[in-house]
Design a protein around this ligand. Structure first.
Ligand code: FAD
Length: 339
């Protein structure tokens, strides 16, 4: 199939297609609205000898300034209620649906289960890639299965939750980068609805009469707005580092330096530390390095201060990691994908 038939866009500008607003171009681009075009796109990339990069909303990536390949934006649409049983509502959505709109749609239809994940930017298809999570919930909690295109074999595969190997901000898809393109996602929302109010800021809702998923969603969105800078105003990629999960000995070493260091015991006995706290304690909240910086509101959020490109973000990330390691001996790992 020719470039014309697929309407590949030359010098595809991605500056407005990533929430860090990094100056970024791709040699060719494609907006994929129909998954049936995917095999032809993969074949075309092979014919041209170019790599093919998949993007959704660009909210968890640090895009290189010039990508010598094809960037495909997943823009497929569609969402529906697939089945309703006594115990569950099974819902499905295409990968290109906007996650926040999808969550709002479920809540509008009276289905609870996704309200704690409201307000997370990006697409439905990327949500299982890093097992998105917030406010005591993660997508793995309600995951049913997903359909993906295997770029190596050309097959369409259904992945169960076990096959996705979900963990904290992790899944099989992060370990096979680029191999699978998520096409559709199915979630099983439990009935009756059980609100998840464990997280600070939500627990006081427990006393409200007639609590609904919409009320929880509104609270989650309000808390997020009060804590995180709006990426449309201050471009960012959300939490820039994962919360490190360390051994008890490593956590004790941090507590020996600062006794009130937050620590959360995990099911396997290891300790989750707060990356934002470690960065703030290293004196880097509201810190600037060239065109990049950390948010004055939240040390964990790296921001584009104006005109930044990937190298500026890489430089500040390296600086933060070095300072936190020097102070606490803890190694941070970036959450967004550099690509
Ligand atoms: C302000 C802000 C707040 C955020 N808050 C949270 C939060 O609370 N919790 C959280 O978990 N995350 C959070 N994030 C991160 C981000 O929103 C999520 O990771 C989101 O799922 C990324 O979706 P996307 O469509 O933008 O993915 P992209 O950034 O476009 O892509 C991310 C990765 O997924 C791959 N990918 C994208 N689509 C597909 C597909 N269909 N098939 C296969 N691979 C694909 C890409 O190749 C890339 O490797 C936040 C980000 C921002 C900017």
């Amino acid at each position: 199939m020719s470039e014309k038939a697929l309407r590949l866009i030359p010098d595809f500008d991605l500056t407005a297609r990533n929430t860090l607003a990094l100056a970024a171009q791709s040699r060719l681009g494609y907006v994929l609205e129909d998954t049936a075009q995917l095999p032809a796109l993969v074949a075309e990339a092979g014919r041209l000898g170019l790599p093919l990069r998949i993007l959704g909303g660009g909210s968890n990536v640090v895009l290189s300034r010039n990508y010598e390949g094809i960037t495909a934006i997943i823009a497929t649409r569609g969402r529906s209620v697939l089945a309703e049983t006594r115990d569950h509502v099974l819902i499905g959505a295409a990968a290109g649906e906007t996650w926040t709109e999808f969550v709002a749609w479920t809540v509008r239809n009276g289905f609870g289960g996704l309200e704690n994940l409201a307000g997370i930017p990006g697409t439905v298809g990327a949500a299982p890639v890093q097992n998105i999570g917030a406010y005591g919930a993660e997508i793995a909690d309600v995951f049913h299965n997903l359909t993906a295109f295997d770029r190596e074999t050309g097959e369409i595969i259904i992945f169960s939750a076990d096959e996705c190997a979900f963990a904290y901000r992790d899944s099989i898809f992060k370990h096979r980068p680029g191999r699978y393109v998520v096409l559709t996602l199915r979630l099983a929302l439990p009935r009756p609805w059980q609100p998840n109010l464990r997280f600070a800021g939500l627990s006081e809702l427990a006393s409200l009469p007639d609590l609904t998923p919409a009320m929880v969603m509104d609270r989650v969105v309000a808390i997020r707005a009060s804590k995180l800078p709006d990426w449309r105003v201050t471009p960012n990629a959300g939490s820039f580092f994962q919360n490190p999960i360390v051994s008890v000995q490593e956590a004790d070493a941090v507590s020996a330096l600062v006794p009130e260091a937050p620590r959360f015991v995990q099911a396997d006995g290891r300790i989750k530390l707060s990356a934002g706290w470690l960065i703030e304690q290293s004196g880097l909240k509201g810190f600037a390095l060239g065109k990049a910086g950390t948010s004055e509101r939240h040390a964990l959020v790296v921001v584009n201060r104006g005109g930044a490109a990937a190298e500026d973000i890489g430089a500040i990330a390296a600086h933060i990691k070095a300072r936190v390691f020097e102070r606490f001996g803890v190694q941070l790992h970036e959450e967004p994908v550099f690509c």
